[in-house]
Design a protein around this ligand. Structure first.
Ligand code: BJW
Ligand code: ZN
Length: 243
């Protein structure tokens, strides 16, 4: 069976990169971006996650982020988050690169995490650049929030389309991708760059590529083992008897 095969291989690698996307948090009740799941009040998530949408209507964009904050604050990590944390304890060299902004990997206890697209609980001032982290939702009348220091508009400290990723974060991930023995890609449609390029770097350097997703993705074409299934359920089966 494919899960047994993946388990056998993955528990033997000496350095593992895990790349996650929204599908990892789907079983925690957090909507994904693409497909019918990615709709909020009839707005398409991928149309809201843009600097243009924020310039046009910061209140609307903030309402969406505030709604997502609420969903996340009421959610618990699932077996996929916990399984990934367990892999970190077992495998000598481990890095988790997540595209998710929901902080659920950290809640589950993962330590060596790089957040490629930021964190939904951080705000950044569009005027003075001040960054703050607070796990809360805003009152409706506070939206869009302003900076206490300079009065400018605050924005979620996340990476929108057309914006560069944190240079240090992406270079650390790429450095690890070029030297690791395998990458496990979980719950991402693998269409958003530069994150989507990571599995190809691993493959090119001779590393193994593993994937867990409910549907085939562009990564499936280069994957050595591809599990078609839900991430939480797959991890639950795979991590049985690992302590
Ligand atoms: C399950 C499951 C279950 C469900 N179990 N599985 C052409 C080529 C290359 C690049 C580009 C291009 N045209 C434009 C670009 C650039 C652009 C890009 O990649 N666009 C593509 C869409 C074409 N990229 C960028 O703009 C990036 N920046 C950049 O390139 O900067 C360059 C630059 C340099 C110098 C100066 C200026 C610029 C930035 C990308 C930022 C993406 N931001 C978002 C929002 C983050 C904040 C927030 O959360 O609100 O990131 S968009 C959104 O997509 C979010 C996600 O992290 C990201 C990826 O989505 P993800 O996680 O894969 O979710 P879904 O919904 O797509 O997929 C879920 C998957 O799970 C599915 O496959 C399901 O089957 C599966 N699933 N349930 C297992 N239970
Ligand atoms: Zn400010």
């Amino acid at each position: 069976m494919e899960i047994e095969k993946l388990k056998k291989e993955i528990l033997c690698v000496d350095s593992l990169l895990v790349l996650t996307g929204a599908g990892v948090s789907q079983e925690s009740g957090i909507p994904t971006f693409r497909g019918k799941d990615g709709l909020w009040k009839n707005y398409d998530a991928t149309q809201l996650a843009t600097p243009h949408a924020f310039e046009r209507d910061p209140k609307l964009v903030w309402e969406w982020y505030n709604w997502r904050r609420g969903k996340i604050l009421n959610a618990e990590p699932n077996s996929a988050h916990y399984g990934i944390k367990k892999l970190e304890e077992i495998i000598p060299e481990f890095l988790l690169a997540t595209q998710n902004v929901d902080d659920l990997h950290r809640t589950a206890g993962s330590k060596n995490i790089l957040e490629l697209h930021g964190n939904i609980f951080r705000t950044r001032c569009t005027g003075c650049g001040k960054i703050e982290f607070e796990k809360k939702i805003f009152d409706e009348e506070e939206l869009p929030p302003g900076c206490k220091e300079c009065g400018s508009l605050l924005r979620p400290d996340v990476v929108w389309f057309g914006e560069p990723l944190d240079q240090l974060v992406i270079s650390k991930v790429m450095e690890f991708a070029l030297k690791c023995s395998a990458v496990l890609v979980v719950g991402t449609s693998a269409v958003v760059y530069p994150a989507a390029s990571i599995p190809y770097y691993v493959k090119e350097k001779g590393g193994r590529v593993f994937e867990i997703n409910m549907e085939p993705t562009p990564v499936s074409g280069i994957a050595d083992i591809s599990i078609l299934g839900r991430a939480g359920e797959t991890f639950e089966k795979m991590m049985q008897d690992t302590g």
